[in-house]
Design a protein around this ligand. Sequence first.
Ligand SMILES: Nc1ncnc2c1ncn2[C@@H]1O[C@H](COP(=O)(O)OP(=O)(O)OP(=O)(O)O)[C@@H](O)[C@H]1O
Length: 239
Amino acid sequence: MISLRGASVVVPGAAGEATVLHPTTLDLGEARVSIVGGNGSGKSTLARLLNGLIEPAAGSVSVDGLDTARDGAAVRRRVGFVFTDPGAQLIMPTVIEDVALSLRRAHRGKRERLAAAGAVLDRFGIAALADRSVHALSGGQKQLLAIASVLATDPSVLVADEPTTLLDLRNSRLIGDLLFSIPQRLVLVTHDLELAARADRTLVVDGGRVVFDGEPDAAIAHYRALAEAPARATEHEGP
Ligand SMILES: Nc1ncnc2c1ncn2[C@@H]1O[C@H](COP(=O)(O)OP(=O)(O)OP(=O)(O)O)[C@@H](O)[C@H]1O
């Protein structure tokens, strides 16, 4: 279970502090949760709270009983995070070395680690790319590798922040299908409403608040209505 208790996020701004996520209380126990909302609404902020990339300014966030502020390292081992731009998380020169890096904790010996990394590439259908430079991969291949590297560590939750935004139709379908086939719990931030609709539960974020939380079709209808509302102010301030 992922639990937020009055969790808020505050950032420094030119005119003092700004609240980018208002106090939020949620329990996320479903296998697949999607998060939708407009640009700058606070979706990434909410996603980043879930693995302790951001700590709440007030309130608390816990994953399976581990507090993200107190037990940050343990939470990050349990909650994998995939970014929009896979280039941001590919560190090593070659594909197999990148997966092997993720496995350094599980397999201390280099040979054993490389064998395990090869098995991961096989599982994700990218064994043929093992010795390819990570810079020579297509966008879809990079995202596949980024997800494989994160899942190689066997997290129990995967948080993916717009993982298909930079991909073409074919690759976004491929990555979307992969995300919905993994055994791990998934929290998916996305602008792809078809993908969002495949979740068990959908949160709509607007102006730094979760303004709808429920069944995906109803949530998406709520989001569409928000987006179509005439002359809405785009800046949201104050509690
Ligand atoms: N570290 C920061 N410093 C200042 N402002 C921030 C910071 N982090 C987030 N914000 C602001 O908080 C708001 C929410 O940002 P967030 O990235 O969570 O939005 P988002 O819903 O993920 O948007 P998008 O769909 O465009 O990725 C934005 O107005 C953003 O500029």
